[in-house]
Structures are given as structure tokens and as C-alpha cells.
Design a binder for this molecule. Structure first.
Ligand SMILES: [Zn+2]
Length: 318
């Protein structure tokens, strides 16, 4: 079942706007693919699989999409078992196996369950190297991931790997609870596995500038950033955190676009309702979160193209 209606909404809503600036598409290419276009597959939440033919990188792959709690955001049509924050987290390995095969690296922005909880299984299955905070690495050690696979970072590192370089950028978490959010806890020791949902603590937040052969992708895992840490970066692709928690921040869109030098491509991330399985309608998230952001980007940076991916859809940029 696929109930996304981006095209319809967008054409109605943006009829009088610069429609050419918005590209809504699924499994399609921009321009003709020549050598090694970069492919970005949206896994939902803040999750991506990026592949440029030479290297495959996962970002915050959260595929289980558990049915968390009974509040708003849960669909009556979702007949899976409800998961509480006090429950031990169990990955949906069937879904993961259907989506994730080979991957070289996994970049993790922070350690909350909607970013990290599927990484133990994926790291074990693929042998991928993981770049993340001390807390992220200690959680992975708890699940038996060996140190050879782990690159603990705190922000400021700039690492060259084969076919790929990563600048690790200090960042901050979304200002949850209407700005009443601060969680300074970290795991400086290896916790006991398995972890409960609530035990996937933030553990500090990062951004990444992932440099591929032809593209520089600036990634976000939260709806927040430290402006001075982004000065001088010129990514051509920005995975921009878009949800609701950025709305109380001072000129979020304007500052983000300006400090990143108005990237050629902006792809919103972390905008969906991750309590719903793949295939369920994300209409509310599209209307309430994405469309206002797209309208604003059109005004602030008319040359920027905003790309809206569907779940499990692949964007290809030459
Ligand atoms: Zn988080």
C-alpha cells in the first residue's frame, strides 16, 4: 500500500509558486546519469543509504519503526504489538534483511532508539564500520560489535578513508518539549545488553560532512545545529532536519541555508511519523511539516532544489 500524495498536494499548493524549484519524484534521475551519480535511498526517520558506486554508507538506519505507545501518531490499522519505552528493544530483522545488504560505513548522529537501535544488528550482519559518539560505540560494544569496527568521535575529526572522507561536526539535539530539553547523560562504560527503548539515550549529537567522489553531503539527525561549526562548509547536498521542533528556534531555515551557502540540493530528513510502518500514509507529516519548509526555502534560496523522497524511494543526483 502506498498512499503518498506529494505530487497532488504540491501541485495544488504551489501552483502560483516557483514550481520548477521543487522536484517531487520517486525512483527517478535528475539529468542523465553519467559516471557514478550519487544515489540516496530514504529509509524513513533520519535514515539513508547513500551509494556512489564506489562506497555504500548508511546514515541512522532505523528500519524497525516500532509501534511506540498508544498516543497520537498511532494508526488503528497498525495491528502490530505496541512497544513501551520500558520494553527491551527488538529489531525487525525481517525488514532489515529485506532492505540492507552490503554497506561499508554507518554514520550515527546520536544514540536515541530512532537512530541507533537497529545498528547493532546491521553492524553485525554487514561488518560495516560505524562512526559515532562514545555512547554510540559503547552501546554497540554491549551488543558484541568489536572495536575494529568502531570509530568513536566527539566532533572536530576529519577522517580520510578509501573512496570517502568524513568531517565530524559537533552539534546539538532538537529542542524537544518546547525547548525544555537537555540530556547530558553518556555511557562512558559498556551498558548491559539488550537495552530498553528508553536506554538508548542521546549521548551527544553530531552532524557529518560526507565527501563522496562527486558530492559533499551535509547530514543532520536533529532539527538543530551549532551555526559556528558550519561556517565555511559548502555542501552541494544538505539533508536538512525538518519536523516541528525547529519551529521555536530563531530563524532556523534562514540561518541554516545561509551558513551552508545555499546548497544546490536540499532533502528534508526526519520529517515522517516513524511510529507508522512503511506504506502507511504520511499525509499529515507532508502537509504540516514538509510543505511549509519547502515554501520557505523557495523564498530564501530560489536556486535551491528541494527533493522530497518517498519511503524507500531513491533519489539519483548526477
Ligand atoms: Zn533524538
Amino acid at each position: 500500500m502506498s498512499t503518498f500524495l506529494y505530487s497532488k498536494i504540491s501541485f495544488i499548493r504551489f501552483h502560483f509558486l516557483a514550481l520548477a524549484s521543487i522536484l517531487f519524484f520517486l525512483n527517478t534521475s535528475i539529468a542523465n546519469a553519467q559516471n557514478e551519480p550519487i544515489q540516496l535511498k530514504y529509509l524513513g526517520t533520519a535514515g539513508w543509504q547513500i551509494n556512489d558506486g564506489k562506497i555504500s554508507v548508511l546514515i541512522d538506519p532505523y528500519i524497525s519503526r516500532v509501534k511506540l505507545g498508544n498516543g497520537p501518531g498511532i494508526s488503528p490499522d497498525d495491528n502490530r504489538q505496541t512497544v513501551k519505552r520500558s520494553d527491551y528493544f527488538v529489531s525487525d530483522t525481517v525488514s532489515i534483511d529485506s532492505l540492507v545488504q552490503k554497506t561499508d560505513f554507518i554514520l550515527v548522529h546520536h544514540s536515541h532508539f530512532d537512530h541507533l537501535s537497529d545498528v547493532p544488528y546491521i553492524a553485525k550482519k554487514t561488518g560495516a564500520k560505524v562512526i559515532g559518539t562514545e555512547t554510540t560505540c559503547n552501546i554497540l560494544r554491549a551488543y558484541g560489535i568489536p572495536d575494529e569496527q568502531l570509530y568513536p568521535v566527539k566532533g572536530g575529526e576529519d577522517y580520510q578513508f578509501e573512496n570517502f572522507a568524513v568531517k565530524v561536526i559537533p552539534s546539538i539535539h532538537s529542542a524537544l518539549n518546547d525547548k525544555h530539553y537537555l540530556d547530558s547523560r553518556t555511557y562512558t562504560e559498556v551498558p548491559e545488553a539488550p537495552l530498553r527503548v528508553s536506554e538508548f539515550i542521546e549521548g551527544g549529537s553530531l552532524m557529518f560532512l560526507a565527501r563522496f567522489a562527486k558530492h559533499e553531503v551535509l547530514t543532520m539527525g536533529s532539527m538543530n545545529f551549532v551555526e559556528r561549526e558550519l561556517v565555511g562548509l559548502k555542501p552541494d547536498i544538505l539533508l536538512a532536519g525538518v519536523n516541528r521542533s525547529q519551529l521555536g528556534l530563531y530563524k532556523y531555515n534562514e540561518r541554516l541555508l545561509a551558513v551552508t551557502n545555499n546548497p544546490k540540493w536540499i532533502i528534508p530528513t526526519h520529517w515522517d511519523n516513524f511510529r507508522l510502518p512503511y506504506g502507511f500514509s504520511q499525509q499529515d507529516a507532508v502537509e504540516q511539516k514538509l510543505l511549509p519548509f519547502v515554501e520557505d526555502v523557495i523564498k530564501l534560496s530560489p536556486k535551491t532544489k528541494v527533493l522530497i523522497p518517498k519511503h524507500l524511494g531513491t533519489l539519483t543526483i548526477d
